[in-house]
Design a protein around this ligand. Structure first.
Ligand SMILES: CC(C)(COP(=O)(O)OP(=O)(O)OC[C@H]1O[C@@H](n2cnc3c(N)ncnc32)[C@H](O)[C@@H]1OP(=O)(O)O)[C@@H](O)C(=O)NCCC(=O)NCCS
Length: 215
């Protein structure tokens, strides 16, 4: 774990203790693989078979638990505070393509979110569901198992249904958030917060890569 503390102008606090609150840790020999200029904020846990692309950000108190299947996060993805990402053993991995935004307090389980989509605050997306490119999942929605959201649509409700194509304002919202979050994490780096690094792991234990054999 790097030893760090914010150094930016006007930063009043010693925060070196927070380095101990960022948990990026192997599981059964499989270590998270983290790209360039990635922010993982204090309180977050990133464990096991998790790949995170360049310029992504994982905000305070998220859990990305890649223990029994793989979690793949694309480039310039933002996963905002208090999100929980998990997978299903032998069945459902979790993939977020490039430029996806996952707003605060979202639960993602064994699903796929295609490029540039926005998952609104406090939503839940279940195993096998697929959110199409550029979609907007409205705040507080439940996307049920296996549900397929066509590209460029608004998906909303509990359970969610397809409401239709995005309006120009909704498209602007979706396209704006991931870009803002790339700037936000750069502002944190400027303040001296550390870039996330992959921990060393010798090798995955036998069977782990092949299918996460797990009791
Ligand atoms: C979807 C959203 C953008 C509203 O857009 P809007 O253009 O004002 O949408 P409308 O009010 O015209 O609603 C369109 C339809 O979706 C429904 N809807 C909109 N937001 C909804 C929500 N959060 N939950 C359930 N249904 C919703 C409306 O009831 C309406 O349904 P209908 O056509 O059957 O009557 C907004 O509700 C939302 O979820 N924003 C995301 C906020 C967020 O998480 N931001 C990230 C923070 S970093």
């Amino acid at each position: 774990m790097p030893n760090w503390r914010p150094t930016g102008p006007g930063f009043p606090f010693r925060l070196s203790w927070t380095s101990r609150c960022i948990v990026i840790i192997p599981f059964q020999g499989m270590a998270p693989r983290i790209g360039q200029r990635v922010l993982v904020a204090p309180g977050a846990t990133v464990l096991g078979d998790v790949a995170i692309g360049d310029d992504a950000s994982v905000w305070f108190n998220c859990v990305l638990r890649g223990d029994v299947n793989a979690i793949t996060i694309g480039r310039r993805v933002n996963i905002q505070d208090f999100c929980c990402l998990h997978v299903t053993n032998g069945k459902w991995a979790l993939t977020l393509e490039d430029e996806v935004s996952v707003a605060h307090n979202v639960m993602l389980h064994g699903c796929t979110v295609r490029r540039g989509a926005l998952v609104g605050m406090s939503s839940t997306i279940m195993d096998g569901a697929e959110v199409g490119e550029g979609c907007l999942v409205a705040a507080g929605s439940l996307v049920k198992e296996g549900f397929k959201a066509p590209p460029g649509t608004l998906v909303a409700g509990w359970p969610a249904t397809v409401k239709g194509p995005l309006s120009p304002a909704q498209r602007e919202l979706v396209a704006g958030i991931w870009q803002r979050y790339v700037r936000y994490k750069e502002a944190y780096f400027k303040d001296g917060w550390p870039m996330a690094v992959s921990p060393a792991a010798a090798f995955p234990e036998p069977g782990f890569r092949e299918g996460h054999l797990f009791p």
